[in-house]
Structure formats: structure tokens, C-alpha cells
Design a protein around this ligand. Structure first.
Ligand SMILES: [Zn+2]
Ligand SMILES: [Zn+2]
Length: 333
């Protein structure tokens, strides 16, 4: 596919906000009438469903399980040594992905402001953020909460798996299901994320919990995992499916890296593909959620927002009530 320049696909308004020229589209999978060519293109083209992001997550699932994870025979009892090893591995993943994207886009500014949604850089003196600094605030919550919950869920899983408490399958037993399970996880995540996200947007939970993530109306990579501990706990409950649905540790680790690393790409603050078409990234769909709060709660494959009447395609007048919670602009108590 030919790379299109920023001006070809979007425009900058008088206040410096970038937006695409065309309305946001859902992935073609759940559209009626069925469009087989569009579906095949979406599945296999660069920046589509499989390649590169989900395939990288599959690779990380294998790498984690077969190279960087203590064997199930060692994880039958909870011991600090193997738990620390997993924590360190996840810490390295987190910093390579979030730190790397932040470094190239916000420190080195290799993309400049081309296709940047918001005209400003991250705030370094705003009282609504911990340490009065948006980047430090986001790094703090990603590491002090996100990394711990992520690792805790993994510890729970491997401990349970090594004690025979989760239904396991192997490639040799069920090759078709083994492959299908990666897609099942992606789809379950979409539905789960929408439901949890709607729940944490209820008045009280938003005020005390989710408003922390919404401090970021101008998003950057570290915003992706910047959540209140209660939100991290709830957000990762999709992992509990592995205690019910037969799967392998590779699927589980695919699921964990999908949950914890892909938000970096969805919150870059830039419309992809970046660097002259080399790197698919960014989500104007989710950026509009941060901007207007009351739309686009879900993701971009299953049109949950369309079905529930919360979808805003970014063009025309914003038709929902633009929610401005007090807690969105003041510091979390
Ligand atoms: Zn977000
Ligand atoms: Zn939200």
C-alpha cells in the first residue's frame, strides 16, 4: 500500500489539532454486507489485524514462555526468586516499549509534530498530575501499579498451572484450537474492555478511579498504562478466561503482553503509520475518547460503540454531551 503523507490523509485546524479527513472506520470483519476482499486485506496487510502488532505479541508469548519464564516445575510454590525474575522481565518489556516510543516521539521528536493529534507537548507544570508533571505521573502509575498487577496475575497463573489448576492444551493435541485461541483472545478482550470501561465510567468509579487515566486528554505512550490500581485490577480480569477456557501458557503470555504493551501504541498521540509509513500506531478512535470522554469506549474491531450508540467517527459536530468531570481537571484525592 502506498504511504500517504500527513496532508493527504488529514488536516490541522486553526488551533493546531490534527484530524483525519475521512471518518473513522471499524475493521471490516463485523460489517454487513460481508466484504471478503476488505476482510482479507485487513487480515493480511501491513498494519492489519495480524501483522505486525499481534504477530509481535504472539512472538513475545513464545519468547516469554520458552526463554524468559521459569519452568512450571519450579513455580509450584511461591518463591521470591522466580517472582523477581518475572518482575524484572516485565519491567524490561515495559521500558523497551513505552520508554522506547516516548524516547523517539517525545524526547528525540523524530516524527516532529507531523500527524500529532494535540498541538502541545506533555505538561511539565500542572497540579493535576502527580509530581506536577504528566510524564512522571504516567511513568509512576505504570510502574508502581501496572507492572505489579501485571506480574501478580502472571504469578497467580503459573502457580495455578504448575499445580494442575488450569485447563492446559498443547499444539500437538489441538493445532487448530491452538491457532484459533489467539483470535479468540483478541475478540474477548474487545468485549471485556468495552464492558469494564463502561463500568468505570459510572459517576462514582470515574471520580475515584478512572479519572486518573483521563488526566491525559493529550495522550502520549506512557498514558496507556497510567491507571488507578483498581482499574489495573479490573482491566486485567480478562486473563481469568485462562482458568476456564483450555489454552496454553503461550496464549496466556500473549494475552498479558497484549494487555500491557499494546496501549503504548494506542496512546502515542500520533496518527500512524509513523516514520514515513514504517510503523503502524496511534488510535484516533481512542484519542477521541480522551478528548470528549463520552464516546468510543471500546476498540476498533467489534463495533460495540456503534451497537450501543456511543460511536463518534470524528467528523461533524460532536453529538453527545461532552463530559467534563471535576475530577478530570483536579488532582485525585
Ligand atoms: Zn486511554
Ligand atoms: Zn475512559
Amino acid at each position: 500500500m502506498k504511504y500517504q503523507s500527513a496532508a493527504e490523509i488529514g488536516h490541522v485546524d486553526e488551533k493546531g489539532h490534527w484530524s483525519p479527513n475521512e471518518p473513522i472506520q471499524y475493521a471490516p470483519i463485523f460489517q454487513w454486507p460481508i466484504k471478503p476482499v476488505a476482510i482479507l486485506k485487513y487480515l493480511f496487510s501491513w498494519g492489519g489485524l495480524i501483522w505486525p502488532i499481534n504477530l509481535i505479541c504472539v512472538g513475545l508469548g513464545f519468547l516469554t514462555n520458552y526463554v524468559l519464564q521459569p519452568d512450571l516445575s519450579q513455580t509450584m510454590t511461591l518463591q521470591l526468586s522466580w517472582i523477581a525474575q518475572m518482575l524484572l522481565r516485565n519491567f524490561i518489556y515495559l521500558w523497551i516499549v513505552y520508554g522506547g516510543l516516548h524516547y523517539v516521539l517525545y524526547i528525540k521528536k523524530m516524527q516532529g509534530t507531523k500527524r500529532k493529534y494535540h498541538p502541545e507537548w506533555q505538561s511539565a507544570s500542572n497540579k493535576k498530575f502527580t509530581f506536577n508533571n504528566q510524564v512522571k505521573d504516567n511513568i509512576f502509575w505504570s510502574n508502581a501499579s501496572g507492572l505489579l498487577f501485571w506480574t501478580a496475575y502472571e504469578v497467580l497463573y503459573v502457580w495455578a498451572a504448575s499445580n494442575g489448576k488450569v485447563p492446559l492444551i498443547t499444539w500437538n493435541q489441538h493445532p487448530v484450537w491452538f491457532v484459533a485461541m489467539f483470535f479468540v483472545i483478541i475478540l474477548i478482550r474487545e468485549v471485556h474492555f468495552y464492558l469494564i470501561h463502561r463500568l468505570i465510567h459510572t459517576e462514582k468509579i470515574f471520580k475515584y478511579v478512572h479519572s486518573l487515566h483521563h488526566r491525559n486528554n493529550n495522550v502520549a505512550p506512557w498514558s496507556g498504562m497510567s491507571m488507578h490500581p483498581v482499574e489495573h485490577l479490573a482491566y486485567m480480569t480478562s486473563l481469568l478466561i485462562h482458568f476456564i477456557i483450555p489454552s496454553s501458557p503461550v496464549h496466556f503470555f500473549f494475552h498479558t503482553v497484549h494487555l500491557t504493551l499494546t496501549p503504548a501504541s494506542g496512546h502515542t498521540g500520533f496518527e500512524g503509520p509513523l516514520f514515513n509509513g514504517k510503523m503502524p500506531s496511534g488510535s484516533y478512535f481512542h484519542y477521541l475518547h480522551h478528548k470528549y470522554v463520552n464516546c468510543n469506549f471500546g476498540m476498533e474491531i467489534i463495533p460495540m460503540d456503534k451497537w450501543f450508540g456511543n460511536f463518534y467517527d470524528g467528523t461533524g459536530k460532536f453529538k453527545f454531551i461532552r463530559k467534563k468531570h471535576k475530577s478530570q481537571t483536579s488532582k485525585i484525592k
